[in-house]
Design a protein. Structure first.
Length: 223
């Protein structure tokens, strides 16, 4: 459990830090439309997906693009619409325009950690996750939820209820789920070695593990 401490600090930094767009999002926002492709993956997340503190092109989303290219899936386009510090409310408000612009085949939702830090009602977080999932499905996209957990100092009951939100939404909407996005990174002994020097954000070496947690479920959605 000691390994979850950096994850708690990450949430603090994600909330208090000045929000910024993920690499590539500026270009995406400037483009009127996405060029027609066979498959479009839209990643809607916070600092965990926005290459916070990393060299551009080294985050797990960029690694996903590289992996797809290596597998000669050149018809797959990845749009990173992640914003550091974002909450489920922010993601819910941004999603309709992103769906209209990019017409994704699959939507990866990686949000919720900042909701817990702000002490927002879990009913609100669940409602936002449901709304985003339903909106993506209505737009014709398949959905993958990336589950989050909170540090143990929040209490066992709260932690179980919070992580259970993602499971409940996934079951209700019958969509794919990664139970804990940072499994093997933030929940292991010596977890600080998996984070940047500030002991807050996952380092470059951890990005491959983050992708490894996502890929088994994501690949099922883009066959």
């Amino acid at each position: 459990m000691r390994g979850l401490k950096p994850f708690g600090a990450l949430l603090v930094a994600a909330l208090l830090g000045t929000p910024w767009l993920a690499h590539g999002q500026i270009a995406n926002a400037a483009a009127k439309t996405t060029a027609p492709t066979a498959t479009v993956i839209l990643v809607l997340g916070d600092s965990l997906s926005a290459e916070y503190g990393l060299k551009r092109g080294t985050g797990w989303v960029a690694l996903l693009e590289q992996q797809l290219a290596a597998k000669q899936k050149n018809a797959v386009k990845v749009v990173n619409a992640s914003v550091s510090g974002d909450t489920t409310s922010g993601g819910r408000s941004r999603l309709p325009a992103l769906l209209a612009q990019h017409k994704p085949t699959a939507v990866v939702i990686e949000l919720g950690g900042n909701d817990a830090l702000r002490g927002l009602p879990m009913s609100m977080t669940q409602s936002n996750l449901l709304a985003m999932t339903q909106a993506a499905k209505k737009a014709g996209a398949k959905v993958l939820l990336l589950g989050m957990q909170v540090p143990p100092n929040y209490g066992a009951a709260y932690g179980a209820e919070f992580s259970g939100l993602f499971t409940q939404v996934a079951k209700t909407e019958k969509v794919a789920l990664v139970p804990f996005f940072l499994k093997g990174i933030a929940d292991v002994d010596g977890a600080t070695a998996n984070f940047q020097a500030d002991r807050i954000h996952p380092n470059e070496q951890s990005q491959a593990s983050m992708l490894a947690n996502v890929w088994p479920e994501l690949k099922k959605l883009i066959k």
